[in-house]
Write a protein that binds this ligand. Structure first.
Ligand code: SF4
Ligand code: SF4
Length: 131
């Protein structure tokens, strides 16, 4: 079964295409590889500002957020990916780095939710707009 995230993208009502399934063994190998700091350990809180240039108030499709305000974890059991921070590594690498290092191949595309390259690059620009 897939661990389905529920957070929406910053500008549009789209979800990410890469998710971590409950086959995750919590090894932590993927976390340091993410160029957007979109991966967190289960039960850890996440922030838009972690590993991005985002500051202050963010206006999103989901409402307003404070960039450095702690957000509720997407999963309490497994490492998880914050959908609004995942660009499938577009703008940094040729392929998703989490999937490349995962020893059990549980970073997988969600075939029901596909973002275009243009959408992913727009997200990357948003996350690193002052970089
Ligand atoms: S695909 Fe890339 S940006 Fe998305 S969570 Fe994995 S390492 Fe991070
Ligand atoms: S590399 Fe794979 S198994 Fe290890 S924490 Fe990340 S998703 Fe889980």
């Amino acid at each position: 079964m897939l661990s389905r995230p529920t957070v929406l993208f910053l500008h549009k009502n789209t979800l990410m295409a890469i998710i971590i399934t409950d086959e995750c063994i919590n090894c932590g190998a993927c976390e340091p590889e993410c160029p957007n700091t979109a991966i967190y350990e289960g039960a850890d809180q996440w922030r838009y500002s972690d590993g991005t240039s985002l500051k202050g108030v963010l206006e999103t499709a989901e409402g307003s957020f404070i960039a450095d305000e702690a957000q509720m974890p997407v999963s309490d059991e497994f490492y998880y990916i914050v959908p609004s921070k995942c660009t499938e590594c577009k703008g940094f690498h040729e392929e998703p780095q989490c999937a490349a290092v995962c020893p059990v191949d549980c970073c997988v595309p969600d075939e029901n939710v596909v973002e275009t390259e243009a959408e992913l690059l727009e997200k990357q620009s948003f996350l690193h707009q002052n970089s």
